[in-house]
Design a binder for this molecule. Structure first.
Ligand SMILES: Nc1ncnc2c1ncn2[C@@H]1O[C@H](COP(=O)(O)OP(=O)(O)OP(=O)(O)O)[C@@H](O)[C@H]1O
Ligand SMILES: [Mg+2]
Length: 301
């Protein structure tokens, strides 16, 4: 049984379609990265799966339970950390955990045990009597995660958990995510960070409400045709303006950080005067660029 499954899951707001017939399946114990630009429908999808928002059409299941009918049962199976998670600023770390523990069906012993475990996991044991308002972003996020998994949910939805925190905190947060996944938790996580996506077992790209790719990072990379070159040029933007990509052998050209990426057909011998390049493996960012452009051109259905 899949942990999460959707069948043509759709949400419209007026005549705007935010989520458009999404079909996805997440196996138990997997870390599923849900990627897409701002406004592409990530949060809306997750909110439907968590029973916060009713779908307009289609359906979905969580551990075989129907999201349209079994909302209450589903709540005990899932943990949800929303994009704008809410902690009580004026309460201490411990009081926040205690408050959230009260929302789940835990007896007194379980409650104490789980709160201790969450303090340990988040590294907040020493700071448990500090008010939440005094914590920096990374600590707040770990506390919010602790609050959302007090009931040991088998499935966890994390909506941009690492937005706006420093790299060290992001790493710490991901260490915790791996630990949870190793212990069998299924995790669906949205992120803007492609380096984080590389560490997911499977990735779904959502664009304008549609799932345009869904596979392992390795398979997604293999589906890019041709070979990818990285060019070191002084001024990438100026180079792009001058670059003439009319050749049929050049499939795409775009800036990538401080360099330029050129996707060329296999067998094409790329040469430009005075410009050095190397053939590289595509990153997930390259993959995303490729899928979005293919989708726009209508190459993919
Ligand atoms: N309650 C609502 N009423 C009307 N439109 C909405 C509502 N909620 C979301 N939308 C719209 O649906 C689209 C998808 O929003 P959603 O929040 O799911 O995107 P997202 O992928 O999570 O974006 P971000 O990366 O910025 O968090 C957006 O255009 C948004 O403005
Ligand atoms: Mg969102």
């Amino acid at each position: 049984m899949a942990a999460v499954e959707t069948i043509n899951l759709t949400k419209t707001f007026g005549n705007f379609t935010a989520v458009d017939k999404i079909n996805l399946s997440i196996e138990q114990g997997m870390i599923y990265g849900f990627l897409g630009p701002n406004g592409s429908g990530k949060s809306t999808t997750i909110r439907m799966l968590c029973g916060i928002l009713a779908p307009t059409a289609g359906n979905g299941t969580i551990m075989g339970l129907d999201i349209l009918k079994d909302g209450e049962l589903i709540k005990s199976k899932i943990g949800y950390m929303s994009q704008r998670f809410s902690l009580y600023d004026e309460l201490t770390v411990h009081e926040n955990l205690d408050f959230y523990a009260g929302m789940y069906d835990l007896n007194k012993n379980e409650k104490r045990l789980r709160i201790d475990e969450m303090l340990e996991m988040s590294g907040l044991k020493e700071r448990r009597h500090e008010i939440a308002a005094n914590l920096s972003g990374g600590w707040k996020q770990r506390l919010a995660l602790g609050c959302s998994i007090l009931h040991k949910p088998p499935i966890l939805f994390l909506d941009e958990p690492t937005g706006g925190v420093d790299p060290k905190s992001r790493r710490l947060f991901w260490d915790i995510i791996y630990q949870l996944a190793l212990a069998g938790t299924t995790i669906m996580v949205t992120t803007h960070f492609m380096d984080e996506a590389e560490h997911c077992d499977k990735i779904g790209f959502i664009f304008e409400g549609r799932l345009i790719a869904d596979n392992t990072p390795e398979s997604l990379k293999k589906l890019i045709p041709g070979k990818l070159l990285e060019l070191q040029v002084g001024d990438p933007m100026a180079f792009l303006e001058k670059f003439n990509s009319h050749s049929d052998n050049i499939l795409d050209v775009y800036p990538y950080g401080t360099s330029i990426h050129v996707l060329v057909k296999d067998g094409y011998d790329f040469a430009l005067n005075n410009i050095s390049y190397q053939i590289i493996e595509p990153s997930l960012e390259d993959v995303f660029v490729y899928y979005v452009k293919s989708n726009r051109k209508g190459v993919m259905s």
